[in-house]
Design a protein around this ligand. Structure first.
Ligand SMILES: Cc1cc2nc3c(=O)[nH]c(=O)nc-3n(C[C@H](O)[C@H](O)[C@H](O)COP(=O)(O)O)c2cc1C
Ligand SMILES: Nc1ncnc2c1ncn2[C@@H]1O[C@H](COP(=O)(O)OP(=O)(O)OP(=O)(O)O)[C@@H](O)[C@H]1O
Length: 310
């Protein structure tokens, strides 16, 4: 997959089929657009997702706006879908202040060489979000591309949206998040060193420190599955700041069932299945240790009941 990021200095050689938007989550609604793009792409067009760099979003305004996926996680998901080209447009004044027609002429037509554009009915673009799917369609005749406006993918008669998924994630309803996403919510990141206390308790764990902008579920314990070093392990994860031992940042720590390997420095993909309990401050490390053992048993039972773990 071609990955155009940090600057917009590019030119595609082939005519393309393009979809545009933020694509936070690459959820079931986004998938509907991407599937259509891939279908049209079979006719010989370059398949393109035009999106925005989410890292500066975090710093916009006074409130931190966290995202379901980091840039890297979104890139990997789109690459797996077989998209030929991902444009991660930077948030620069030239783009933010671009009039919709200028965006169409300069970027969509000249640089991306769009023959087809696939969007949802509420797609807005350009300065003050003045560009609409209807405007795209009107100008398509002049600039020589076709527009498909797809209806919204819904659940319970409500359109699936990143905003809805972020809300449900913050409530800790992982099953619902996974249904809306169409895959399991995950955290991707390197295994870093913790204090290595877990190991001395006979409960070795892997620690990850998610990027600042990554939206996490509520601090607590979750049944999880981890992909690491080409292998899969079921396990139990804690999301939070470990109040009993106090660490200064929010992390994800996972006890992998039936694993006794050195995994430092490896990339881990930790998928979330089910909320078990909130993170708590214990009076002693002994109590915490006994609770983690009970959590591990609860996690094993969760997967055993579903025939996933022996
Ligand atoms: C399943 C699980 C649940 C945990 N729950 C809590 C908790 O409720 N409160 C807490 O302070 N720490 C919790 N922890 C984190 C422990 O404090 C941590 O495992 C221990 O301090 C060892 O950390 P280390 O990897 O830095 O050695 C949990 C860890 C796991 C794996
Ligand atoms: N449920 C859906 N079904 C089909 N298309 C969708 C759906 N949700 C969004 N889209 C389309 O996907 C593209 C990218 O959408 P975008 O990520 O900006 O919206 P969103 O998921 O609704 O996010 P937000 O909640 O932040 O507005 C747009 O063309 C949009 O219209």
């Amino acid at each position: 997959m071609k990955y155009i990021t940090k600057n917009l200095d590019f030119q595609l050689d082939k005519r393309s089929v393009v979809t545009l938007g933020k694509f936070d989550g690459v959820h079931t609604g986004h998938s509907k657009l991407i599937n259509r793009v891939m279908e049209i792409g079979k006719e010989g067009y370059e398949t393109v997702v035009f999106t925005f760099d989410v890292s500066p979003l975090v710093k916009l305004g006074t409130r931190i706006k966290r995202t379901i996926l980091t840039n890297e996680e979104r890139r990997i998901l789109l690459e797996r879908r077989g998209v030929d080209c991902l444009v991660e447009c930077p948030f620069i004044p030239e783009i933010i202040q671009m009039e919709p027609e200028d965006f169409i002429r300069e970027i969509l037509v000249k640089q991306l060489r769009a023959a087809y554009v696939v969007v949802g009915p509420d797609f807005h673009f350009g300065y003050e979000r003045k560009g609409t799917p209807q405007l795209l369609q009107e100008l398509g005749t002049r600039y020589g591309y076709e527009v498909e406006i797809l209806s919204k993918e819904t659940r319970e008669e409500r359109p699936v949206s990143s905003t809805w998924i972020r809300e449900v994630l913050q409530e800790g309803n992982i099953e619902k998040v996974n249904d809306l996403l169409g895959y399991r919510y995950f955290v991707l990141g390197e295994v870093v060193h913790g204090r290595q206390l877990g190991r001395t308790w006979g409960l070795p764990t892997i620690n990850q420190v998610p990027e600042d902008g990554k939206l996490l579920p509520p601090f607590g314990v979750y049944a999880s599955k981890t992909f690491i070093k080409g292998k899969t392990f079921y396990g139990i994860s804690n999301v939070g700041v470990k109040p009993t031992v106090e660490v200064p940042f929010a992390g994800v720590e996972t006890y992998l069932f039936d694993c006794d390997e050195d995994l430092y420095g490896e990339e881990a993909w930790v998928e979330f299945y089910h909320f078990v309990r909130p993170e708590c401050k214990f009076d002693s490390v002994e109590e915490l240790k006994a609770q983690i053992q009970r959590d591990a048993n609860a996690g094993k039972q969760y997967f055993q009941k579903r025939g996933l773990h022996s």
